[in-house]
Ligand binder design. Structure first.
Ligand SMILES: Cc1ncc(COP(=O)(O)O)c(C=O)c1O
Length: 403
């Protein structure tokens, strides 16, 4: 059975309109629809299995604690990490803020540099600007190649021993370009810098193994991985995580509290203050099991084939300008001459096609591309050629309306 045969609409209730018609959902890079196995796992965790974790002395709480920690193990396993290296966060945004506020404050001093890239999502830019304003570091920006990859030759020329961190996206949420992570790691480590990878768009589209890639820190969200909102993860190399100070204080993250002094729990609990997102963690693990069951290599091949077909079909329309590389991972950004992406998005909605239109939380990249916005079609494992055909029909209708 192919990926698509296994993921028919009845397994993803969100892929049907209220009239029971298949929705051409091409916005998985914003958030992915959920399979029933994830919805059921969350419902069970909120229903018959529900109890708090880490404190209850009754059996259900002990069971839930085991399930929550098993979820951590499964999420770690998805990216080839160990469970004690995974901190549950609200999402990739919070994971990057955690690194900035803890590792950043502890390790960065005036005059230090960090290297970001031109294609970063705002969540891998703004946390560093907040830290820059507190520490006096300098943020350098690596340019892109003509086809929209982070230009690692330029990074090699830019990096110096003053750089303490390189923070790059694994897959661009706008261009779909895939970073050569191994080379980026080698370049960062060569100058003694740590490397943080924003894996938000990668984990749902490619097999990822943090140990094999050699990265130091890796951030991602569950909701782009067919899991629930409100949860994500930071993976960090054990010795790095153990050395990071806490950031939010409260229950669960302490060892002992008095009014004169508090000592901390070991990582990862030290970074999870308060009652955690229990049902969401269970759903996150169900999503990780689901994509592993489908096979990330198969998902990648499926989405790569769809990207090739979509780029070919869009490329035949004269008014279309395509962005990003030919081999982008699951994401196709484009503009339509004479039509604002928002107008296109609105007309496509009438055609039962959902795309994203706007700056995609990547305003510096839009400025670099010289456009205020793009339209973006992004694929998930449930998309097929009928979705591309519907997109093309919608674009042709839009062009007729605007002619
Ligand atoms: C590349 C990238 N990084 C970070 C984020 C932020 O993820 P979240 O909003 O789930 O925290 C996104 C979400 O769009 C993204 O695409």
């Amino acid at each position: 059975m192919t990926v698509i045969e296994r993921t028919r609409a009845d397994m993803f209730p969100g892929l049907l309109t209220p009239d029971g018609v298949r929705w051409h959902y091409l916005d998985s890079a914003a958030t992915a629809q959920k399979p029933n196995v994830v919805i059921d796992a969350v419902a069970r965790a909120l229903g018959p299995d529900y109890a708090t974790v880490h404190r209850g002395l009754y059996a259900r709480s002990a069971d839930m604690t085991l399930a929550y920690e098993a979820a951590r193990r499964q999420v770690a396993g998805l990216i080839g990490g160990a469970e004690h290296e995974v901190v549950f966060t609200r999402g990739a945004t919070e994971a990057i803020n955690l690194v900035a506020q803890t590792w950043g404050i502890a390790n960065l001093k005036p005059g230090d540099h960090i290297l970001l890239s031109m294609l970063e999502h705002h969540s891998n830019i703004v946390p560093w600007q907040l830290i820059r304003d507190r520490t006096g570091i300098v943020i350098d920006v690596c340019p892109l190649t003509a086809d929209g990859h982070i230009d690692l030759d330029a990074a090699e020329r830019m990096l110096t021993p003053a750089h303490k961190l390189v923070a790059f996206a694994h897959v661009s949420n706008v261009l779909g370009s895939v970073l050569d992570v191994r080379r980026a790691v080698a370049l960062a480590h060569h100058v003694g810098a740590k490397i943080l990878i924003d894996g938000c768009q990668a984990v749902a589209r490619l097999p990822v193994d943090v140990a094999e890639l050699g990265v130091d820190l890796y951030a991602f969200s569950a909701h782009k991985l067919y899991g629930p909102t409100g949860i994500g993860a930071l993976w960090a190399r054990a010795e790095l995580l153990e050395a990071m100070p806490p950031w939010q204080g409260g229950g669960s993250m302490i060892d002992r509290v008095t009014f004169t002094e508090t000592t901390w729990a070991p990582a990862p609990q030290r970074f999870e203050a308060g009652t955690p997102a229990i049902a969401e963690a269970i759903g996150f693990a169900a999503a990780a099991r689901y994509v592993l069951g489908q096979g990330l290599a198969a998902i990648h091949a499926h989405e790569t084939a769809l990207v090739a077909k979509a780029r070919a079909a869009l490329g035949r329309i004269n008014a279309v300008r395509l962005f990003g590389p030919e081999d982008s991972a699951g994401i196709v950004s484009f503009t339509l001459e004479g039509v604002h992406p928002h107008d296109l998005g609105t007309i496509l909605d009438e055609e039962n096609v959902a795309i994203r239109a706007g700056h995609h939380c990547a305003q510096p990249l839009m400025a670099d591309l010289g456009v205020p916005a793009t339209a973006r079609a992004s694929f998930g494992l449930y998309n097929d050629e009928t979705d591309i055909a519907a997109l093309v029909r919608g674009i042709e209708r839009t062009l007729r309306i605007f002619a």
